[in-house]
Design a protein around this ligand. Structure first.
Ligand code: AMP
Ligand code: GLY
Length: 434
């Protein structure tokens, strides 16, 4: 089967490895791809923000399935352009992708459909925003969100009125271009954050979804959740202390109203929704929608999923997903991100990487190959991923594998999943203080 995979990072490499492991032989074409993705097939240079260019390539080359990794092409309308050719696409159309592309649209959707979330105000006027900050009554930090896509940098938790004013003024002055000239202010939520992925297949005739196991990302660069935010330094799943009733609660309070809401709003969905959830003292609240797989959550989910990925993604892409449970390994999976020196402020590129025989899945996120040697080529460079019967064993397997991979300046967290493990060992639940 000829598959076009859009993207170039660790998420896409993890998807590609799983696609290639399917029963159906896969001819993989990645765009723009990477040297590592090139080793699994071929790469083609396509502008992922240009629906017409991707559509023209698809019209000429007729892939049998297109899988869209990142959010930018979805928001730009790439999935619509390809679907219009009659080619199955795993990825939402632009209208549904607005749930990630505009925080204001997402909040209005949540409120309209009764989905529990932080109280909020959307502001596009300088004086109104400054007055709101001065009379802020929800407590600190004030959460300010640039409305549009800002490469993960558009959310600021302002600890003081002065910081909120400064952030707001920078946003309104165009720190992220048009994306930050509308600002969503939110009440601060306290609790445990988790990532819930749902495959969704919704149109005017039917609506089906399938839950993937809940995972947890670790966003800060340093152990103990210290230091600046990153794209994610490691993840694991499922959460050991999450009870079946907790999953049911997220299904009933967050997922089902979302699927119902899509139908009521006349939106179709053919892909994955990744719900960013904060489990507060009063239960789960929705922080955000992403219309794509998480990175590095995907690296965990692909370890757990005991399904033929080509068949599963086609089921969604062709609108044939039934209401069903996914087959999963009875394991806990973990991925650690190996990051470049200077990340997240920058990324030292071109440093030679030593990869021994780690005995786990090696995923390439930001590498390139020169004269047969792998070099660093991005902030998040490699991911190691594996699964084991429980979180403790999975952590131990990753630690052993880490001894096999090294380069000068490599950054890695050794505490992925550790806080959750201690939480579980203390007999605590998702509802207990985190
Ligand atoms: P978002 O892109 O909306 O998920 O925001 C990025 C990160 O900011 C989230 O992963 C949370 O850690 C944090 N965050 C977002 N909204 C809130 C909120 N209302 N209260 C507390 N933290 C938040
Ligand atoms: N791991 C967080 C994200 O993909 O947005």
């Amino acid at each position: 089967m000829k598959i076009l995979l859009l993207g170039s990072g660790g998420r896409e490499h993890a998807l590609a490895l799983k696609l290639k492991a399917s029963a159906t032989p896969v001819e993989l074409i990645s765009a723009p791809g990477s040297d590592a993705l090139g080793e699994l097939g071929t790469c083609v240079a396509l502008d992922l923000e240009a629906p017409a260019a991707v559509g023209a390539w698809c019209a000429a080359n007729r892939p049998e399935l297109v899988v869209v990794g990142p959010e930018v092409p979805l928001v730009a309308g790439v999935a619509d352009a390809v679907r219009a050719l009659g080619i199955p696409v795993f990825g939402h159309g632009a209208a549904t992708a607005r749930l990630e592309g505009s925080k204001a649209v997402a909040k209005a959707f949540m409120e309209r459909h009764g989905i529990p979330c932080a109280a909020s105000r959307t502001v596009a006027d300088q004086a109104e925003g400054e007055a709101l900050i001065r009379s802020w009554s929800y407590g600190y930090p004030i959460v300010l969100k640039a409305d549009g896509l800002a490469a993960g940098k558009g959310v600021v938790l302002a600890e003081t009125e002065a910081e909120a004013l400064e952030t707001f003024r920078a946003f309104m002055a165009g720190q992220f271009g048009e994306a930050s000239r509308t600002v969503v202010f939110e009440e601060p939520l306290v609790g445990m954050e988790l990532s819930l992925h749902v495959l969704v297949d919704v149109d005017a005739r039917h609506a089906a979804f399938a839950l993937l196991p809940a995972c947890q990302d670790h966003k800060r660069i340093f152990e103990g959740d210290r230091g600046p935010n990153t794209g994610g330094m490691g993840a694991f799943g499922p959460l050991p202390f999450l009870r079946p009733g907790d999953i049911e609660r997220m299904r009933a309070e967050l997922v089902e109203p979302t699927v119902r809401g899509l139908r009521e709003d006349g939106l179709s969905a053919r892909g994955v929704l990744f719900l960013g959830v904060m489990w507060t003292a009063t239960g789960p609240k929705l922080l955000e929608y992403n219309v794509r797989f998480g990175d590095p959550e995907t690296q965990v989910l692909m370890q757990l999923l005991d399904e033929d990925l080509v068949a599963l993604l086609l089921e969604v892409a062709e609108g044939r997903l039934g209401p069903r449970e996914l087959k999963l390994k009875p394991h806990t999976a973990i991925t650690v991100v190996l990051a470049a020196e200077d990340y997240p402020e920058g990324a030292k590129k071109g440093v030679p990487i030593q990869i021994g025989t780690p005995g786990v899945t090696v995923i390439h996120a930001g590498t390139r190959k020169q004269d047969g040697r792998w070099l660093t080529n991005g902030g998040r460079v490699l991911n190691l991923a594996t699964s084991a019967p429980d979180l403790s064993a999975a952590r131990a397997a990753i630690e052993a594998a880490l001894a096999q991979v090294q380069w000068s300046g490599m950054q890695v967290r050794h505490d992925i999943g550790l806080k959750a493990l201690r939480h579980a060992e203390a007999g605590k639940t998702v509802q207990d203080p985190w």
